[in-house]
Design a protein around this ligand. Structure first.
Ligand code: AMP
Length: 489
């Protein structure tokens, strides 16, 4: 990490409309100051190399400084969605077994009761103590195969798994993306993504950092604020929902004139959105494809045709193959330095998805056209991606099934004009829509709660007794087009 650090002391990181009320660090800083703050934080972490540091905090610049501090201290950074409830956090803390949990003040008491084995400290407190130490820290050397971060993902069983990401996986992908997308220290990236996910933390932040580029850091995605930032910026990275919402903002065409690049990923970008965005702004959105376990795998070209409905070609250094191809469609497998090192403390699960010779079974289905452009045609897993965030149906079904009166449930993703997909629950039992919603709201983060609950007499099943989610998706596909779906309550 030494070169990486020394090379990137230029640029400015600006924090738009954020502000921790007790933050002592200034709101705008050079990358040099960013690293200095990271060194100070590293000095007060008090962790051993390989210790996990779980971070459950709202987006702010200090979050990035804490990430860098963990890298400097040789600790494993484990960011979690700040929307997670205490009940959800109990699982992650039990699994990750962190030495340190850093959280925001309002959550300190609740999380302290759960995190019995970890030291718990608020981010503000950590920042305060960091102010009293000198801004130099002796880097704890790790090799490229050591784990830098664990990001939690999930599988068809619905149980969240920690994807272990090595320094090599993160650094190689950042360098490849910076080159592929022609990043320089002149760039200014509008950063409006969450920072607990691979897209905002690694694709966006690492790519900007290795380029010495600047970032305009926004607390959350607000389409008007993004458009307002465009005249001072050159690149935007977003999920497809960003682009559909940006199209609703007057002044987009004018504001985007000086922008260099718009990148989309984390969920399928509709060809219609690509075309409308091009018509309004003259910019062809560059779509890429990746996942928590692999970082980025493919990208449309920077120079050359960015083909709507495709995710481009494998990135340099990334190998891709299709397995069990039927009618040109097969299971996507990838191999390369970008691929993770396995699931945290789940060797069997790792063995099922990551072969000894490095091929990872992505669980996505794809095809490759005659020009080499890859298209993602579906997810082998029944994952729902809503507003760029993953929701695993099994987890929601378990919550709903525990509600008194519920016989069974099936959770699916239904096409939604704003979120891409919306979580919809089909529920059998003597229960009302309101009761199901309330039961979910009590234990699930907002983004996981169903947008609609449809009461049904039975779930469609095949001969083997498996619920036919495909049939449900088909039946409910127009749910968010029509004002009143058929529902019994
Ligand atoms: P995550 O691990 O949260 O990044 O989610 C990864 C999943 O998102 C992938 O396995 C794909 O199913 C999906 N995904 C990511 N990028 C794209 C894309 N450009 N088009 C379609 N699906 C995508």
């Amino acid at each position: 990490m030494a070169d990486y650090r020394a090379n990137h002391l230029a640029g400015v990181l600006r924090q738009g409309s954020l502000g921790r009320d007790s933050a002592k660090f200034c709101e705008t800083r050079t990358l040099g100051a960013l690293w200095q703050n990271a060194e100070r934080l590293a000095a007060v972490l008090n962790v051993q190399p390989g210790d996990r540091v779980v971070v459950h905090a709202e987006k702010c610049i200090e979050f990035i400084e804490l990430y860098l501090a963990c890298v400097l201290a040789g600790a494993i950074f484990v960011p979690l969605n700040p929307a997670y409830t205490d009940a959800e956090m109990a699982y992650f803390l039990g699994d990750a077994e962190p030495a340190l949990l850093v959280c925001d003040r309002p959550r300190f008491e609740g999380l302290s009761n759960i995190a019995v084995k970890a030291r718990v400290v608020t981010l503000d407190r950590l920042i305060d103590s960091a102010l009293h130490v000198p801004g130099t820290f002796k880097l704890i050397r790790r090799n490229s195969n050591h784990i830098a971060a664990i990001l939690y993902t999930s599988g068809t069983t619905g149980r969240s798994k920690g994807a272990m990401l090595s320094h090599k996986a993160l650094a190689s992908n950042a360098v490849v993306l910076a080159e592929h997308w022609r990043f320089t220290c002149e760039d200014v990236l509008i950063h409006a993504l969450p920072v607990f996910h691979t897209h905002g933390l690694f694709v966006a932040t690492n790519t900007a950092l290795v380029s010495g580029a600047s970032m305009i850091f926004q607390a959350r995605f607000d389409p008007a604020a993004v458009v307002a930032a465009m005249p001072q910026a050159s690149v935007l990275m977003g999920v497809p929902t960003f682009y559909t919402r940006l199209l609703g903002i007057a002044g987009l065409a004018e504001a985007s004139k000086g922008m260099r690049l718009f990148v989309s990923g984390s969920a399928p970008l509709l060809a219609e959105t690509f075309e409308r965005f091009f018509d309004v702004t003259g910019h062809a959105i560059l779509e890429r494809y990746g996942m928590t376990e692999t970082n980025m795998n493919t990208s449309n070209p920077y120079v050359g045709e960015r083909r709507a409905g495709t995710v481009g070609m494998p990135l340099p250094g990334v190998e891709m193959r299709l397995r069990d191809v039927v009618d040109g469609i097969g299971g996507i497998e990838v191999r390369g330095p970008n691929v993770f090192s396995g699931y945290w403390r789940l060797p069997e699960k790792t063995g099922e998805e990551l072969s000894a010779d490095g091929w990872f079974v992505t669980g996505d289905l794809g095809r490759v056209d005659a020009d080499g452009y890859v298209s993602i045609v579906g997810r082998a897993k029944d994952l729902v991606i809503t507003g760029g965030l993953n929701v695993y149906p099994k987890e929601i079904e378990d919550v709903i099934d525990a509600i008194p009166g519920v016989v069974e449930s099936a959770v699916i993703g239904v096409l939604h004009p704003d979120f891409g997909e919306a979580v919809v629950a089909v529920v059998v039992g003597d229960v009302s829509e309101v009761e199901v919603m309330a039961g979910c709201a009590a234990v699930l983060a907002k983004f996981k709660q169903p947008k609609r609950v449809i009461l049904a007499d039975e779930l469609p099943r095949n001969l083997m007794g498996k619920v036919q989610k495909k049939a449900l998706r088909q039946e409910l596909k127009g749910l968010f087009d029509s004002p009143t779906p058929r529902a019994r309550s």
